[in-house]
Design a protein around this ligand. Structure first.
Ligand SMILES: CC(=O)N[C@H]1[C@@H](OP(=O)(O)O)O[C@H](CO)[C@@H](O)[C@@H]1O
Ligand SMILES: [Mg+2]
Length: 555
């Protein structure tokens, strides 16, 4: 770094001093804190993004959101060149940068990192950053802090893309680096055209819908997703859809609404009740990267029927598998049998979903919690489908498989127009354009679920009956130091403290179909306990028993 660069950094960072006593961490999904203390963090993430852009010589994204956290929080995360999460390799530097106590120490850190990573400054393409934010009022001022961070690197440019869902921003970064147009209109255009293509390819004999009514009602968590879904709905003009909880005029963001609340509490969000009994309902989270479905029972105090991320994954897997087997039926393209379809879940996936998928002869992989791990694993397959139980997930298509599909669909259409194999190839191509290839995206997820249900002729109840969830319970245990819990085998086994896993095993063995694991949360200061068993009562007792063990070993 030359002297001009150093003095620019010193000068601008003196305007964003760290609040006293604040220690932030990049965590599972970026920095999240009370919005009032975030401007220095966002400023520093601006610097980080510009450095990442120089290093990768690509466009980088900065998204200001705290997803499902409470209204008064906000947060910031980075989208890497392919639209995915920030490389894990850079996370320790992100932590150090955000916590550097003074401008001088900040400068020293940056200088050392630039040397170590050999970040090029001269004679290279200047850094370019896309900024996005959700609808939180605290997000109005924060993009300016990010912009000042970005422009404290000489020549760097920040483009403010305005209010977006997290997946829209990730989509734009990915598209920009592939040389594709990146406006919000382009995003909507890609989603609507691929959705229409899938609708046109629905087999005519299946167009009968076995549900009582075909209407979908969506809970927008009073966040950014509801308003965007309304736009999409108007553009499509073919879906019978009502969007509720779509802005702060209707209620507080994430307060008794949203996918996180619905999935964790297993209750209907505010604004939904027995009047919706039997109707297909869905819920987005605060920044619209998670999606769950549910239906409300007629009795007002009964539990909702939750159709979670595992079941969305299963629906997608059934559909993709059907298309691959249609392709296989065509004698001359048996090669597609080589297409590797992989499923990726975490240990939180309901055991019944994993059994169901394995019984379909699918390869199921487990990774640690956090989308960055699932995404990485799914990218190893020709088609990789990943979902967390909480509704964050997507379907990844490898570049080579897409090329193969394009060639095949062209060959097929010259030979046998309108064959089943050709339609299957076209459907898979349309899915690859509809479903977000960068991150889980509730808007594209809703459209894909809706069109697959129509394709299958399934109601939400038929879909929910793919398998019956095993009763489960999740608990949080507050301990002195959660980092003293060390796990292995995709977080299913505790290796430290010694003796804890043996005690968990002994407890779990007492229960029919018992399964239990514990791990330190990456976003909250707690150890999480997850238990499953053949009855709800047994799952509850197992979870409570293991929570006590955690307390005894670590309390
Ligand atoms: C059990 C659970 O839902 N864990 C969530 C939660 O992570 P924890 O590390 O468990 O706090 O937040 C992550 C980020 O949103 C999400 O990826 C993950 O699935
Ligand atoms: Mg989210």
């Amino acid at each position: 770094m030359n002297e001009e660069q150093k003095s620019l950094l010193l000068e601008s960072s003196s305007r964003f001093l760290l609040s006293q006593g604040v220690k932030v961490s990049y965590g599972t999904a970026g920095f999240r804190e009370d919005a009032s203390i975030l401007s220095s963090t966002v400023y520093r993430v601006g610097i980080l993004a510009a450095l990442r852009s120089l290093k990768t010589q690509s466009v980088i994204g900065v998204m200001i959101t705290a997803s499902h956290n409470k209204f008064s929080d906000n947060g910031v995360k980075i989208a890497d060149p392919n639209g995915g999460m920030l490389s894990q390799h850079w996370e320790p530097f992100a932590d150090k940068l955000a916590n550097a106590p003074s401008p001088q120490q900040l400068l020293q850190l940056i200088n050392e990192f630039v040397e170590k990573e050999r970040i090029p400054f001269d004679g290279v393409r200047p850094a370019e950053i896309l900024l996005g934010r959700d609808t939180r009022p605290s997000g109005e001022a924060l993009p300016e802090a990010a912009r000042q961070g970005v422009t404290s690197i000489v020549g760097a440019v920040a483009s403010d893309m305005g209010i977006l869902t997290t997946p829209q921003l990730h989509w734009m970064v990915r598209a920009r680096n592939k040389g594709i147009k990146v406006s919000e209109q382009d995003y909507f255009e890609q989603l609507t055209s691929s959705f229409r293509c899938l609708m046109d390819l629905i087999p005519t004999e299946r167009k009968v819908f076995d549900g009582v009514n075909d209407k979908l009602v969506v809970d927008g968590a009073n966040g950014v997703g509801g308003a965007k879904l309304r736009i999409l709905h108007n553009l499509l003009n073919v879906l019978d859809m009502e969007v509720r909880n779509s802005s702060e005029d209707e209620g507080v963001l994430n307060d008794g609404v949203g996918a996180d609340y619905v999935q964790k509490e297993k209750v209907a969000p505010r604004g939904f009740g027995s009047k919706d009994a039997g109707t297909r309902c869905a819920s987005l989270d605060g920044d619209a990267d998670r999606l769950v479905y549910f239906s409300v029972p007629p009795e007002s105090n009964a539990q909702i029927d939750l159709v979670d991320g595992d079941k969305i994954l299963s629906l997608f897997a059934v559909f993709i598998r059907e298309q691959l087997s249609l392709l296989n039926e065509k004698e001359d393209i048996k090669n597609c049998g080589k297409a590797r379809l992989g499923i990726v879940q975490t240990a939180y996936a309901n055991g019944a979903s994993t059994n169901y998928l394995k019984n379909l002869d699918l390869e199921v992989n487990l990774t640690p919690t956090g989308v960055k791990y699932l995404h990485e694993k799914a990218a190893e397959f020709d088609i990789g489908i990943y979902f967390e139980a909480n509704g964050h997930g997507t379907i990844l298509f490898s570049e080579s498989f897409i090329e193969w599909l394009e060639v095949r669909s062209n060959m097929l259409s010259s030979g046998s127009k309108g064959s089943e194999a050709e339609k299957a190839a076209l459907r898979l191509l349309a899915v690859s354009k509809l479903i977000n290839q960068a991150v889980g995206d509730a808007l594209s997820g809703v459209l894909l679920v809706e069109v697959i249900l129509k394709h299958m002729g399934w109601s939400i109840h038929r879909w929910n009956e793919l398998y019956i969830d095993l009763p489960g319970r999740q608990l949080k245990v507050k301990v002195a130091d959660r980092t003293s819990v060390v796990t292995a085998n995709a977080e299913t086994v505790v290796v430290s403290p010694p003796g804890l896993q043996e005690a968990i095993n002994a407890e779990t063995a007492k229960y029919n179909q018992g399964r239990c694991f514990v791990r330190p949360s990456g976003t909250e200061d707690v150890v999480r306990v997850y238990a499953e068993a053949s009855t709800q009562e047994a799952a509850d007792t197992l979870a409570n028993g293991v929570a006590k063990l955690v307390d005894q070993f670590l309390g």
